[in-house]
Design a protein around this ligand. Structure first.
Ligand code: NCD
Length: 328
């Protein structure tokens, strides 16, 4: 793998490889000393043109736990606010010797532009571009679903027959898009639930069923119910009458939580609008995987960085060297 730009073009083999390597990484994260020597001497740049808390910190933790040098670059307070172009920024990073660039950008397609421009030789990881894709989020979601379902027996398995229902602001959600493509590749059944105004126009080309009524979707007994954040910052018009009305019809409240099957899980990529798309009861219930998703995100990003930067040296065990370096 040279880059990780989207899940739409990610093969089943590569997706399973990332999930399986993430299992190995997760095992190392249970040790007292979590750091592996795998990417020592490599430089990972986090290039964030959009606000982010957990994704940036997660990539930083992932790179550091693999012993890479990490440079955090956020657009605020940088020369980007003085009008420096993506090209100039990229060429500066290249001159500094970046081996991988993790990019979050408000423009859909910016990571691909960076990867194919010839400006840099580094591997590029998309950490969220506009409303387009957020591949590592979908991979950590798939990892979380697989782990809850198969536990220690997860490796090598796909999500055949698993029913996943994604609810809310599909229109503006790169998380929804990346999940739809990846879940389809892994064999899951995907249902989307939203008000008609928050369903994208091209949705008929997506491998998913559309339902407008959340209670009807819950009656279908999903294995995972993924609630999405209302992306107020991307809304320049009124997509629903009031927040109260939205949460009454499409929010996961205590009554709907009760109606879910005994084994179904509640997911949210964060940040959550508690009381809008998800109630506190749902967010904090034992069914909620919100914090597991965050923890799994580090393992999945470790796997992605490892496969981009060290994966070519085949036969290499990502855990090698750790025991020697981290005696218990
Ligand atoms: C998501 C994002 O930025 O796309 N969040 C995240 O990566 N943790 C989802 C969101 O912002 O709603």
């Amino acid at each position: 793998m040279r880059h990780l730009l989207d899940t739409k073009t990610l093969s089943r083999g590569d997706a399973l490889r990332i999930l399986d390597v993430a299992e190995d990484m997760a095992d190392t994260q249970l040790r007292e000393v979590k750091k592996l020597p795998t990417l020592r001497g490599r430089t990972v740049v986090n290039l964030f043109f959009e606000d982010s808390t957990r994704t940036r910190i997660s990539f930083e933790a992932a790179a550091k736990r693999l012993s890479a040098d990490v440079i955090n670059f956020s657009a605020k307070g940088s020369s980007v606010s003085k009008g420096e172009s993506l090209q100039d920024t990229a060429q500066t990073l290249q001159a500094m010797g970046a081996d991988a660039v993790v990019i979050r950008h408000g423009a859909s397609g910016a990571p691909r532009t960076l990867a194919t421009s010839g400006w840099i030789t580094a591997g590029v990881v998309n950490a969220g571009d506009g409303t387009h894709e957020h591949p590592t989020q979908a991979l950590l979601d798939a990892f979380t679903i697989r782990k809850r379902r198969f536990g220690a027996d997860s490796r090598g398995r796909d999500l055949s027959g698993v029913r996943v229902t994604i609810v809310g602001d599909i229109l503006h959600s790169r998380v929804a898009r990346s999940n739809v493509w990846l879940l389809d590749t892994l064999g899951a059944d995907v249902t989307l639930v939203a008000p008609p105004t928050l369903i994208p126009q091209d949705v008929s080309a997506w491998p998913a069923r559309i339902v407008y009524d959340l209670d009807e979707a819950i009656a279908g007994e999903p294995d995972a119910l993924m609630m999405l954040r209302i992306q107020a910052e991307r809304m320049n018009a009124a997509y629903f009458p009031t927040e109260r009305e939205y949460s009454r019809r499409w929010g996961l409240d205590a009554r709907r939580l009760e109606a879910l099957g005994a084994d179904s899980i509640v997911m949210h990529p964060g940040p959550m609008n508690r009381g809008l798309e998800i109630s506190a009861e749902a967010a904090d219930s034992p069914r909620s995987t919100v914090l597991e998703q965050v923890a799994n995100g580090v393992s999945v990003r470790m796997a992605a960085l490892y496969l981009l930067l060290a994966g070519a040296e085949s036969g290499h065990d990502p855990r090698a060297g750790a025991e020697k370096e981290n005696p218990r």
